[in-house]
Each structure stands twice: as C-alpha cells, then as structure tokens.
Design a protein around this ligand. Structure first.
Ligand code: ZN
Length: 275
C-alpha cells in the first residue's frame, strides 16, 4: 500500500549495530532517503560531518531525537535543561531536521505532583519557542503512551498535545507528532487527529504486540501486532499531511538483535504491506 518513497527509518531501529555513519550509508544503499537522528549517535560523528554526509546522500532528516525532558522542579536544573535544549535546537538546525522530537519528561524522583510537572513542561516549552523560531526549527510535541507518564512523559494524549499547542500559541516553531504506538488505543483518536490539522509534523509507525514485555523497548514490526496502521494513516493524511512516514522500532529482544541489512529488507516489505 504505502509507497517506499515515503519511507523514513529512525536510526534507533538499528541502534545496537550501526553508528550514524553506518546508518546514513546503509539506508542510502537500500535507497531509503529519510532518517531520524539521535543525539548520542550524532556525538560520535560530530554535527558538521553528520550534516555533510546527510546532505551528500540526499537524506531528509525527519526528526532529531530528543529534546524536552523538562520534568524538573528546582530552578537551577530547569535552567540547565533549557540551555541543553537550546544546544539540541542548534544541532537540529545544522542537520536541517524537520523537527525536534520533544519528550515532555516524567516525574522527578520522589514527586507525586503530575499537575505541577505538566505546568513546568509548558513553561519550558514556552521559554524555548522564541529560540526555536529564530533558529528555524520546529519543536514537535509527541504524546507518549500513558504507561510512560511516571518515567518519561507527562504528555500522554493527542488531546493534551492539541491543548498545549493552543495554549502555547502555535506557530511554525511548534507541531505535533503522531506515533501509532502511543495513540492507537485512544477512543478520541479520530477527533483529535482531525483537530491537529496543519499541526502534524511527523508520523511514526511500528506495532503493539499483544503480549508486550517491556514498557519502552518491546515494540513490534508493522504487521506483527494489533494496530490498524492504514486506518490511522488515512486519518493523518486526511488532515493534509504529506510528509515522510517514519518507522521507529525500539525492540531490545528482537529487532535490535538482527543484522540491520536483513531488518531493513523486512521493513520495506512490511511498509508496503501494512502501512
Ligand atoms: Zn515516535
């Protein structure tokens, strides 16, 4: 169904086996021209050299991962976190990433105050938006599955992402990422995707395994789980989204163990059959 020209692969899918340099040349070898880049991997190569190689292979960088993690209450740490996010924005600008994937952040150790943490995250995003705007970088609000609310993201639904987008005043420096793994279960999905018209800047696919064994690191390959991906894709495209579709598979026990060339061959097939 899905056209392979729309395919981008998040390098996390091959993270155990390939450096960024290997991922760029490896994806190009498979005729794939979209990649999402992780910051720790960028560090191995250096931002300027990475930018040169990405451009050289004609790669579209569908995302730079990750910014945010703003769930800190004490002011010194919060300011440090904001500064670090400004460096993330600078790096995203150099590699011409279409957006920075913003993971909101979970509860600090010892805290039970999710409400205050959510306000803190909004405050942080608000502070970062002028910097992103001046850098020409888009911050993508990515709601994560509610099971990550304590550890990683107090932003858990598309409805909340839409609310935050509106509270923050929108603009080209802000967008929303729809990841089927995080939102497939939501009874309000259709309405919230439609509400996100002109806000969706990234669309991520993988699958939810019926017998999943890990909160973060056990995603399935498209077709192996229970998500109706073509249905969600149709909802996203109905809003006018025409960007690349990024395959993002965190899979410690399966896909991360595989030879990346083998995994990419399977991804291409599954993308055609199940996306
Ligand atoms: Zn994602």
């Amino acid at each position: 169904m899905a056209d392979l020209e729309r395919l981008s692969i998040n390098q996390v899918t091959m993270r155990e086996r390939w450096s960024l340099a290997e991922a760029i040349s490896g994806l190009a070898r498979h005729d794939i021209r979209g990649i999402a880049v992780w910051r720790d991997k960028l560090g191995e190569l250096g931002v300027d050299e990475a930018a040169r190689r990405l451009r050289g292979e004609g790669m579209t960088v569908t995302a730079f991962c990750v910014g945010g993690l703003l769930g800190v209450m004490d002011d010194t740490s919060f300011q440090e976190r904001l500064d670090d996010n400004r460096r993330v924005i600078d790096q995203a600008a150099v590699i011409q990433a279409e957006c920075v994937m913003m993971v909101a952040g979970g509860l600090p150790e010892g805290s039970r105050d999710l409400t205050s943490i959510r306000e803190r995250c909004l405050e942080g995003l608000d502070a970062l938006m002028p910097y992103a705007k001046q850098a020409g970088v888009t911050l993508a609000l990515e709601p994560l599955h509610p099971m990550t609310a304590a550890s990683r993201s107090c932003l858990t639904t598309l409805r909340q992402a839409n609310d935050w987008y509106e509270q923050l005043g929108g603009g080209a420096e802000l967008g929303i990422a729809v990841d089927v793994y995080h939102v497939w279960w939501d009874p309000d999905l259709e309405r919230q995707i439609s509400r996100a018209k002109d806000r969706i800047v990234a669309f991520h696919v993988s699958d939810w395994l019926m017998e999943t064994v890990d909160l973060r690191l056990d995603r399935g390959m498209m077709g192996d789980g229970v998500i109706d991906i073509p249905h969600i894709r149709a909802l996203v495209e109905k809003t006018g989204y025409t960007g690349l579709i990024e395959v993002e598979v965190f899979s410690e026990r399966n896909w991360w163990q595989r030879d990346p060339d083998e995994a990419i061959g399977i991804i291409k097939q599954r993308f055609s059959d199940w996306v």
